[in-house]
Design a binder for this molecule. Structure first.
Ligand code: AMP
Ligand code: ZN
Length: 456
């Protein structure tokens, strides 16, 4: 029986997953830049990462999951250009940058909880790790991989031969500004070089002392410093959205491997876009939807989680309200299952079905196929078991649905049965509406009125 296999952006193939420590699987995921609410595209990426950590656990590994909060240093373009996103956000809202960061970090944590995304073992704020970043920059300078100019300390990409590997960049063909990947600005020597530490920018609000002058860290150094602090020089898994391959993760590898001389990451995993109107949803664009908007329109947050399972994490997923509707209907069907009615009775048959479902999951997290199989097999026991990965809160919702009916509700049911005996249909209808308004689905059966608590 094959174990877990994952598509590795570094090798461009689906590779067997073997962690360094047979028990523990370390993973680092690039977290939010907290200058605005997360949009549902960001949340798609976090749902994917959550299913990965749950899959690791199902395979017997204990996940050790680290996620950063970028609360400084992420400029408007990944190519070190423009204003810090935090500074811009603070001006927009009339808050100071620290208040802004806390506001959106809290909102993000609430969204994560609503989506049943398990809390990573470590959530670390960039602003609380400035010393680690400064130490890493010093190390790179010592090793001759960085240089100091009047406006920043830059990484010298020409001194790092594997720079093009992850993204398979054509460094000779690339020109500054051409694809938007890099730009020639400031005092750097080469367009591919990137800032590790910015200084001489008195208008920037968040500043710290450093051996090179007061300033602030570049965005890429945050992730190298914090991931290695909590997970060591070599990390099992590193995740993020596909947008990070070309610049952010390429730069993280250069910084980390440049400093330690060790391989930085063994498996790189990247989640594809959520699209809306055929475009990538983005925080800076106006097309962004938040989880709150979905909830305000009457959707259960877990319907969005279930919607994410419509596509493999490496495929684009197009958001439409119709598709979200269909996901909510699908989830409603799942929540109406009857666990006492399982088509699979034989243990051997169950073991075969379980192995088939697990294999689709272990095949690079093919969750759409796994959900299809679970639907086809129709075994509540298997749904409940694999909900450890799907995170649809199945056991809790079924328990809520089947909880004892409170006496006041039972009284209405009894009154309605009486009314029906008297053939008082208008009273019967009135009592049905009352029950519906109190959150129950009502059915007329030969045994009389039957009710079931609505849980979605
Ligand atoms: P940010 O807060 O902008 O730094 O992004 C947080 C995470 O969301 C990163 O891993 C991004 O790659 C990812 N991301 C950004 N936009 C989208 C999108 N439209 N669909 C899926 N993931 C996205
Ligand atoms: Zn990162």
């Amino acid at each position: 029986m094959a174990g877990l296999r994952l598509y590795n952006t570094l090798t461009r193939s689906v590779d067997e997953f073997i962690p360094q420590d047979p028990q523990r699987a370390g993973m680092y995921c690039c977290g939010p830049t907290v200058y605005n609410y997360a949009h549902i595209g960001n949340l798609r990426t976090y749902v994917f990462e959550d299913t990965l950590r749950r899959t690791l656990r199902l395979n017997g590994y204990t996940p050790f999951h680290v996620m950063n909060i970028t609360d400084v240093g992420h400029l408007e373009s990944d190519a070190d250009e423009g204003e810090d996103k935090m500074v811009k956000g603070a001006r927009r809202e009339g808050l100071d940058v620290w208040q802004l960061a806390r506001k959106y970090e809290t909102a993000w944590l609430a969204d994560m909880a609503l989506l049943n995304i398990e809390r990573p073992e470590v959530i670390c704020r960039a602003t609380e790790h400035i010393d680690d970043m400064v130490a890493l920059v010093e190390r790179l300078l010592e090793r001759g991989l960085a240089y100091v100019t009047s406006d920043a300390v830059y990484f010298d990409t020409g001194r790092f031969p594997r720079y093009a590997d992850l993204a398979r960049l054509d460094l000779h063909g690339l020109q500054a500004g051409a694809g938007g990947r890099v730009s020639q600005q400031g005092a750097k020597r080469h367009p591919n070089d990137f800032a590790l530490w910015f200084m001489g920018r008195p208008r920037h609000i968040m500043q710290w002392d450093s051996p090179w002058g007061r300033g602030y860290p570049g965005w890429h150094i945050e992730c190298s410093a914090m991931s290695m602090k909590y997970l060591g020089a070599t990390i099992d898994i590193h995740c993020g959205g596909v947008d990070h391959i070309q610049v952010h993760h390429t730069n993280e590898i250069a910084q980390s491997e440049g400093a330690t001389g060790q391989p930085f990451v063994r498996y790189w995993l990247h989640g594809q876009w959520l699209l809306i109107d055929s475009e990538k949803m983005s925080k800076s664009g106006e097309n962004f939807l938040t989880l709150k908007t979905l909830c305000d329109r009457g959707y259960d947050p877990l319907a969005y989680r279930f919607f994410c399972f419509q596509a493999h994490y490496r495929s684009e997923l197009r958001f439409t309200w119709e598709a979200l509707d269909a996901a909510q209907q699908g989830l409603r069907r799942i929540y109406s299952m009857d666990p006492s009615d399982d088509p699979i009775k034989e243990p051997a048959e169950r073991a075969d079905a379980r192995a088939e479902v697990l294999d689709s999951l272990n095949n690079d997290l093919n969750i759409p196929q796994m959900v299809g199989l679970l639907n086809r097999i129709g075994s509540p026991a298997l749904w409940l078991e694999f909900d450890a990965v799907l995170g649809l809160d199945l056991a809790a919702r079924l328990a809520q649905r089947d909880a004892d009916v409170p006496q006041e509700i039972q009284n209405i049911v009894d009154q309605r049965n009486e009314a029906r005996k008297r053939r008082d249909w208008s009273e019967s209808d009135r009592l049905r509406d009352e029950l519906t308004a109190m959150g129950y689905d009502v059915a007329d059966t030969p045994r009389g009125t039957e009710i079931r608590k609505r849980v979605i």
